[in-house]
Design a protein around this ligand. Structure first.
Ligand code: FAD
Length: 398
């Protein structure tokens, strides 16, 4: 990747995080993918060096940097060969803590943030539901006030790292849909314990295509009790609160997609330089070289969109006039980076010919993982719906 134009902090993050990632080579990720084994040591190594608090305020023990630097961290992780699996083992701890840091009570901050930064606790993000899908406002999990706390009932799906997490940032409905004026009202955000010894909590791992080192789960709540102090921000305002985490998440995902794409492209270019067929390196054929060069151009363009969005996100914290632009920029970046990564990964597999299909070359692993940023946390179609409405003023289609 061309690094001209990045700030000193971003380049410092790239170097320092890259140093840690170098201790976890492709063989580590290949084995963990094949054995569906959590990369516990990798998470611990980043925590030990203080990187999980990269975008949290120094007053809370974080590094006081922004999403611009956190995006670079996530890109560096994915680009090291760790791919989406490495990124997913880390990223909820970075983005899901954003609304907590901004709206959490002093007690929540004091108790939770230091434990997440130190790696003692891991966090997961519980939004998606089987019956609501992308229609987040249609979610059916309820948190009812009972005995001074809440009782949670419902089901979440695709929750990454729920098996290893101690905390979940949970979005649930606290006021029934028919008692609020708009569907975005009556939702609340919580930071709850995932206490498996308590009644009313169950989870089931989902077998999946890629990123198999990290678990993805169905999580079932049946009158699961959480204390009143678990509420983040105001009751009923959870959707507005969670948006802070969601825009950050889109920036991080865009960075992760970039990392994946650059890793695959770099491996493909190396192979194209070395592999000799018909008495010349395959990279001498424009049929091989042009698709790779085109993939590079797409990644570089997506890189600009990604770091533009991350900068806007950071600026909007102190400059309210930029808040309106963050959503469009973050969604555009995630879309562009995901498409560029998919293109790069597919071409990397094809450049390797038959060996692209062999696990030992890693490009098949990254190709499987390159579907993730296209689907999650929001699909390509929903981003286009959103851009159509918000940027082009077209009638809302969903
Ligand atoms: C690997 C992985 C990890 C994930 N991790 C998490 C996590 O940690 N936490 C969490 O909460 N969620 C997580 N998710 C869930 C993810 O955010 C959702 O899968 C994603 O938002 C898509 O929702 P859905 O699967 O319900 O798709 P659906 O809503 O069922 O949509 C299916 C298809 O229909 C299209 N579609 C639906 N409505 C429209 C419309 N109006 N116009 C055009 N097209 C439409 C969609 O674009 C999509 O292509 C994860 C998913 C994956 C795959």
């Amino acid at each position: 990747m061309e690094t001209t134009g990045f700030t000193e902090n971003q380049l410092m993050v790239r170097e320092a995080v890259g140093h840690i990632c170098a201790r976890f080579p492709n063989t580590y990720w290949r084995e963990h993918d094949q054995q569906e084994q959590d990369p516990t040591e990798f998470h611990a190594a980043l925590a030990e060096a203080g990187w999980l608090g990269i975008a949290l305020p120094e007053s809370l023990g974080g590094a006081g940097l922004g999403i611009s630097e956190a995006t670079m961290m996530m890109q560096t992780i994915a680009e090291s060969g760790a791919g989406m699996a490495g990124a997913q083992a880390i990223h909820a701890n970075v983005y899901a803590t954003q609304p907590l840091a901004r709206f959490g009570t002093r007690e929540q901050l004091r108790e939770t943030i230091p434990n997440i930064i130190s790696g003692t606790w891991r966090a997961c993000f519980g939004v998606t539901e089987p019956d609501a899908g992308l229609n987040t406002l249609g979610l059916a999990t309820t948190a009812d006030r009972v005995d001074g706390g809440y009782s949670v009932t419902g089901q979440k799906i695709w929750i990454t790292c729920a098996q290893v997490a101690s905390k979940m940032i949970l979005l649930a409905r606290t006021t029934p849909r028919d008692q609020v004026a708009r569907p975005s009202e009556g939702l609340s955000l919580f930071c709850i314990d995932l206490d498996r010894s308590q009644p009313g909590l169950d989870m089931r791992r989902i077998r999946k295509m890629g990123g198999r080192a990290v678990d993805a789960n169905e999580v079932f709540f049946d009158h699961y009790r959480v204390p009143a102090g678990a509420l983040i921000g105001e009751e009923g305002q959870g959707f507005r609160t969670v948006l802070h985490g969601m825009n950050a998440e889109r920036c991080l995902l865009a960075g992760e997609a970039l990392g994946l794409g650059y890793a695959a492209l770099s491996k493909a270019a190396a192979y194209a330089r070395e592999r000799v067929v018909f008495a010349r390196p395959i990279g001498m054929n424009q049929g091989i070289a042009h698709p790779l060069a085109d993939a590079y151009v797409r990644l570089e363009a997506a890189k600009l969109a990604t770091y533009h969005a991350a900068r806007l996100y950071d600026d909007s914290r102190t400059d309210a006039s930029k808040q309106g632009a963050v959503g469009i920029a973050a969604n555009s970046a995630k879309y562009t980076a995901a498409e560029a990564a998919f293109t790069a990964c597919e071409r990397a597999v094809l450049t390797h010919g038959g060996m692209g299909y062999a696990a030992e070359y890693d490009v098949e692993r990254w190709f499987r993982e390159s579907l993730v940023p296209r689907i999650a946390p929001v699909s390509r179609e929903m981003i286009l719906n959103y851009i159509g409405e918000k940027a082009l003023g077209l009638p809302r289609s969903y």
